[in-house]
Design a binder for this molecule. Structure first.
Ligand SMILES: [Zn+2]
Length: 468
């Protein structure tokens, strides 16, 4: 039995205990990138929230099947390919590859499926046909539209009043003729110079909203557990997905909807014109550590606005250094001879608190707080009477578990050349001190300090860490 977890469901606006449709199997659809440029840190915040979601469910004992689509056919990808005079596939392949490179850099676990919209056109056509048969769709000038007036549940996710939309702006920006300004396009009539598919519906291409419904249902079934995205996907994208899917099947499309809040930079909306627009590549060029970027982007619970600042990034860098130093110190310090200063019960308590934080709608801030408390306890114990062998082993397990969930507490790398060298120098220094050759011992210590490596003499021997 998986551990209990609860989420704030956008659809019901309530905290709910999560239940899967199939015992122990969580089926998740995550709206993926439109592969026409490099993803920015706002997009990455959403992808990292989804990564923490899948990692938490797995750590809690669920089997996860996650789908993330790649939107490779829409106005932006078509325009980009045309501007460069290359095929749509060549253009989108480049940005799909860049996307995978970026998420790998940030340690995002791969989803089970990354369907490309262009590979699911037959399923999209079939979905439109079902909607036509059930009276939810109509044709106009070679395009097919969804008639919102035929779906009484329209607005249930976003809380918008469909009647109010009528007066307001158009629901999407496509320039097509439709009966009602609220209606949205399912299938777009082919236009000169644009890729199109010959379907029974007439030559054309799928609308963006249709893509996600068709791929979600093709890979996860007509009803599944979780659908995620950023808050700006709620309306109209996800509202339209629900209308299309439930209009065609008559069964609930998705049970739990989760949406991550916006990211702002130094308190301002991110915009190229303000010079505060960052891709991951921009930050790596400035030599920021991917692990610190990851830490910062997961440190704020996904339902809260995240203010990305460079002060925050420096603090995140210090935090991941602290985690790494403590883990290294733990590994390199000999076990206490007696009971030591940290009890197994205390470690178990921290683990329980960590899990409880994540089980509460993925409260990552609280989870990280628990880890910092644990690190303080570890360092205090190592400064004092030390930690007994079995407790160290238990700690390693807890930290591995936390790393499996948040991806920011990696175990020390296997002994590197540097570590072997430092270990050799520490041994040489100890021998020098034993021989009362303090000048030689100090030379070794100062030499290491000049390289940013600090030695610490504890009652259990000499350990080292990077200055941070
Ligand atoms: Zn989508």
């Amino acid at each position: 039995m998986p551990r209990e977890i609860s989420f704030l469901n956008t659809l019901t606006r309530r905290h709910e205990r999560f239940r899967t449709l199939e015992e122990g199997h969580a089926r998740i659809y995550t709206c993926g990138p439109t592969v026409y440029n490099y993803v920015h840190i706002g997009n990455l915040r959403t992808f990292l929230f989804e990564d923490v979601l899948r990692r938490t469910l797995q750590a809690f004992g669920y089997r996860v099947t996650q789908v993330m689509n790649l939107t490779d056919i829409d106005d932006k990808t078509i325009r980009g390919a045309a501007e460069e005079g290359i095929s749509l596939r060549e253009f989108t392949d480049r940005y799909a590859a860049a996307f995978f490179e970026d998420i790998d850099t940030l340690g995002v676990e791969r989803a089970e499926h990354y369907p490309r919209a262009t590979e699911y056109v037959p399923q999209m056509v079939e979905l439109v046909q079902r909607l036509r048969e059930r009276g939810h769709a109509y044709d106009s000038d070679g395009s097919v539209y969804f008639r919102i007036a035929t779906f009484p549940g329209y607005g249930k996710l976003s809380g918008i009043d469909p009647e109010a939309v009528k007066i307001g702006a158009r629901v999407d920006s496509d320039e097509y003729q439709r009966d009602d300004a609220r209606d949205f396009v399912l299938w777009k009539a082919s236009r000169p110079g644009e890729p199109s598919w010959d379907a029974e519906l007439g030559a054309g291409r799928p609308g963006w909203h249709l893509e996600c419904s068709a791929m979600g249902m093709a890979l996860l079934g007509e009803s599944f557990d979780i659908h995620t995205g950023a808050v700006d996907n709620i309306f109209p994208h996800h509202e339209n997905e629900i209308a299309q899917s439930e209009g065609a099947t008559g069964v609930p499309f998705v049970h739990t909807w989760l949406h991550s809040e916006h990211l702002v930079v130094e308190g301002q909306k991110m915009a190229k014109s303000l010079g505060n627009f960052f891709t991951l590549r921009d930050l790596l060029e400035r030599e920021h550590d991917p692990l610190a970027i990851r830490y910062l982007l997961v440190s704020v619970p996904y339902r809260q606005k995240l203010n990305f600042t460079f002060d925050g990034l420096h603090a995140a860098t210090a935090a991941v250094e602290r985690f790494a130093n403590t883990r290294r110190r733990l590994v390199h310090t000999p076990a206490a001879t007696g009971e030591g200063e940290l009890s197994g019960e205390a470690v178990e308590e921290r683990r329980e608190e960590f899990d409880a934080a994540l089980a509460d709608d993925l409260n990552t801030a609280r989870g990280l707080g628990v880890l910092h408390t644990l690190m303080t306890q570890v360092n205090q114990a190592l400064d004092g009477a030390g930690i007994a062998g079995p407790v160290t082993a238990q700690l390693e397990q807890v930290l591995d578990h936390a790393h499996a969930v948040l991806g920011v507490v990696p175990p020390p790398a296997a002994a590197s050349d540097l570590e072997a060298e430092v270990a050799g120098l520490i041994a040489e220094r100890n021998a020098a001190r034993k021989a009362r050759d303090f000048a030689r011992a100090d030379t070794i210590r100062d030499g290491l300090a000049a390289r940013g490596i600090v030695l610490e003499d504890t009652p259990h021997g000499t350990v080292w860490h990077r200055k941070g």
